[in-house]
Design a protein around this ligand. Sequence first.
Ligand code: PNS
Length: 173
Amino acid sequence: MAKKNTVAVYPGSFDPPTLGHLNLVTRAAEIFNEVVVAVAESTSKRYVFSTEERVELWRKILPKGMKNVKIDTFSGLLVDYVASKNAGILLRGLRNGIDFEYEISMAQTNRSMNPDVETLFIMTEGHLAHLSSSLIKEIVYLGGSVKGMVPPLIERELKKRIGPGSQSEVIKD
Ligand code: PNS
């Protein structure tokens, strides 16, 4: 596919990144010149993994040859971050209608703050559309397997952090 000279920012909590997130980044890297995965630093949410850990997880799961994907962190308003990267495109995945309801108000709010930032959506592949970081954490917390939902490295890290015996209470986004 012919690429325009575009930088797209793909923001999220990524606590942790799932195979759905990885699939989206892989497809986006084919469309845009550069994709910046922007890990949210601090919101009102409690994260299982620190910002640095979530960045590190992304670095470890990205295929080595994927040179046009960068991992970064952001705090504050997302549109300001996107503008600071001279990106212009804000990328989000859409799994279902519930995502759509949430995403449309976020996209419209962001657009009202900065019309130069265009939100684009990529549909999640059907076989990955049921995945969510929150449910994955709950499964691991309750001792279940998340094989096929996250890369093996992430399943191992989740088990260490919140699996049975870890005494963690933080399992939800
Ligand atoms: O993976 P998530 O949790 O759905 O990501 C949500 C995120 C981090 C992209 C969103 O909460 C966000 O943009 N936060 C930054 C603060 C901001 O700009 N808020 C106004 C959004 S309309």
